[in-house]
Design a protein around this ligand. Structure first.
Ligand code: TRP
Length: 353
């Protein structure tokens, strides 16, 4: 590998492709489902790509405009989550969206190329309206702002969940349209959809979610983990420990597969066999899962405790990343305006910029 740690500093390869991904700060904590679905992958990708992670507070406003008092706490919680799972500020640029106002300017330009019908047809909009969200202009415009997030740092790849794929395709379409009309400014971004299975909740529902009350959080104490696991949903058809049980789709085994370390595999395979034959009780397997999860979570908890001892750290990391992203954004926006012939006052000032 051309890049690596040099004198304690991570050197980005010059030809590294750029990744941009992000989260809306609508919560202050990550759960195991977030870890499996995105954080784990990001930790891996940070070594291979020039990674930008965006905290999309402007996007959060589309549904949480009446909860702005929580934003600061949520942003801090997300940052502590990122850093505690091993996302490294020497490799990752962390960006606070609202502090890069250039994104709104670009979103306006992209909006001029966007037929309203395209926005009205987006499935994500219908879904949010069905959930009772307010039918605002900002919600309609969501994909346009997201396209600006992606195009402003000239991202090549956008790791997102399946539900966000259409938004990345929209960003790509609009980049093509812009480039055709005004000249090549943007690389064409592509979605990167991991083939990660969705982690079920502790209640057996198909998805773990904070608001579903079926989540185990990265910040849960060992006791909380134990309590949640011991009351977890398993195989509802199994009443006695000697009834044959079902392993497939059983959240206890899905979690074991997802969080067991290499040296747990043998034991997990054994438990599956015994479970199918009705030769091991739920309680024994759950106790094992408690151990596995706490071994997985311990280093994350320790990292977090260490990070929290330096109260300014999170803010410093976010400020530095945002400053870097902003300077990139200004460069792109200057290119955009020049391509669009909107650089009236800049033309004779090239050298003073
Ligand atoms: N829409 C994304 C979500 O809800 C968050 C987001 C905003 C994002 N801007 C982005 C994701 C740009 C990837 C790229 O999860």
């Amino acid at each position: 590998m051309a890049d690596g740690k040099v004198a304690g500093e991570f050197k980005k390869g010059k030809n590294m492709k750029r990744i941009l991904t992000g989260d809306r700060p609508t919560s202050d904590s990550f759960h195991l489902g977030n870890y499996v679905g995105s954080l784990k992958n990001r930790v891996k990708l940070q070594d291979e790509y020039d990674t930008f992670i965006l905290i999309a507070d402007l996007h959060a406003l589309t549904t949480h405009f009446d909860k702005t008092k929580d934003l600061e706490k949520n942003i801090r919680g997300l940052m502590l989550g990122y850093l505690s799972v091993g996302l490294d500020p020497a490799k990752v640029t962390f960006v606070l969206q609202s502090q890069v106002p250039e994104v709104l300017e670009l979103a306006y330009f992209l909006g001029t190329l966007t037929p309203r019908a395209v926005l009205e047809r987006q499935p994500a909009l219908k879904e949010k309206l069905d959930q009772g969200e307010q039918d605002t202009f900002a919600l309609l415009q969501y994909p346009v702002l997201m396209a600006a997030d992606i195009l402003l740092p000239k991202a090549n790849l956008v790791p997102v969940g399946k539900d966000q794929k259409a938004h990345v395709e929209f960003a790509r379409d609009i980049a093509i349209k812009f480039n055709n009309l005004y000249g090549e400014v943007f690389p064409l971004p592509e979605p990167l959809i991991g083939d990660v299975p969705t982690l079920p909740g502790t209640d057996g529902q198909s998805k773990m979610g904070k608001s579903l009350n079926n989540a185990i959080f990265l910040t849960d104490s060992p006791e909380e983990v134990e309590k949640k696991v011991m009351s977890m949903y398993t195989d509802p058809k199994r009443i006695h420990a000697n009834d044959p049980g079902t392993v497939e789709g059983n959240p206890v085994f899905i979690y074991l597969d997802a969080f067991g370390a290499d040296n747990d595999h043998e034991q997990i395979t054994k438990y599956k066999e015994l479970y199918r034959k009705g030769q091991v009780g739920d309680i024994e397997v759950k106790k094992y899962l408690v151990k596995v999860l706490n071994i997985f979570l311990d280093p994350i908890r320790e990292n977090r405790a260490r990070l929290e001892r330096d109260p300014e750290l999170v803010e410093r990391v976010l400020k530095e990343g945002t400053a870097k992203a902003r300077s990139e954004a200004q460069k792109t926006l200057a290119e955009v305006k020049s391509a669009m012939k909107l650089d009236y006052f800049d033309q004779n000032n090239q050298d003073t910029r």
